[in-house]
Ligand binder design. Structure first.
Ligand code: HEM
Length: 226
């Protein structure tokens, strides 16, 4: 059977959203409307887009459990790959634009700044996931593929910690510009809790009950109308 080549609205929305940050950056660079510290702004924007896409890819499974929308499961890979793309741009900006490829200085910064170590760990852990995200690797790795891709549940929180630390955040004194990283952390925590098997089972059955109730109600309305 011939495979349909039409894009779904969700697919289009994901591609448009993913590219929007880069397009916007290019437009602003051409118009010269960046802040007085353009390199830092570029680092921050690409980092934020990377983490947003990463969190979005992690939300697909729990949202499917809740709303029974299986297309979300097909979109995890695209979102994850876009997250990796922006993380790579983020790292290139850091090593090239920010540090001019001065490797000894970069190494010194890595050693001195714990948030960079966390960012680097996050990035290194993303690489094997991006490489093996294609079907051919799924077949080759078998059960190990799933195990490898479950590391994303460590990568997500690590990215949030990197974000939190980059804002010089202190959880106990609530200092630093930590509201946004805390929101990301909270969303991630809720959706990771939703993945715990008994909670997931409960939510799946609850959602089935709600959907069937709604279906019965709609059929009743139609029957009454006819
Ligand atoms: C080698 C790896 C990495 C390095 C060297 C690095 C470096 C940096 C630097 C220099 C900043 C800017 C701090 C500032 O001046 O405000 C930053 C912020 C950030 N990075 Fe990374 N990063 C790395 C990996 C990652 C990864 C893998 C992600 C996400 C998937 C990420 C997400 C972020 C976020 C969300 C911010 C904060 C943006 C904001 O301030 O709004 N980083 N990172």
């Amino acid at each position: 059977m011939k495979k349909s080549s039409r894009y779904t609205p969700l697919q289009i929305a994901i591609h448009v959203y993913a590219w929007s940050a880069l397009v916007w950056i290019i437009i602003e660079l051409l118009m010269g409307s960046f802040s007085i510290n353009p390199i830092q702004e570029l680092e921050q924007r690409t980092g934020r887009h990377a983490i947003t896409l990463l969190v979005m890819s992690l939300l697909c499974t729990p949202l499917n459990t809740l709303f029974k929308f299986p297309e979300l499961l097909k979109r995890r890979r695209t979102l994850g790959l876009y997250a990796f793309m922006y993380a790579t741009i983020h790292v290139i900006i850091f090593v090239d634009l920010d540090y001019g490829l001065a490797w000894s200085l970069i190494l010194q910064t890595i050693v001195e700044k714990p948030y960079i170590i966390v960012g680097l760990t996050t990035f290194l852990m993303l690489i094997p996931l991006a490489i093996t995200s294609f079907d051919i690797w799924k077949k080759r790795l078998g059960k190990n593929w799933k195990r490898l891709h479950q590391t994303v549940y460590i990568i997500g929180p690590l990215a949030v910690i990197h974000y939190f630390m980059s804002k010089k955040g202190d959880f106990f004194t609530f200092s630093g510009d930590i509201v946004r990283p805390l929101i990301y952390g909270l969303i991630l925590a809720i959706f990771l809790i939703m993945r715990i098997p008994p909670i997931r089972k409960y939510l799946a059955s609850l959602s089935t009950r709600i959907l069937s109730l709604r279906f019965r109600k709609n059929s009743q309305i139609k029957a009454d109308a006819s």
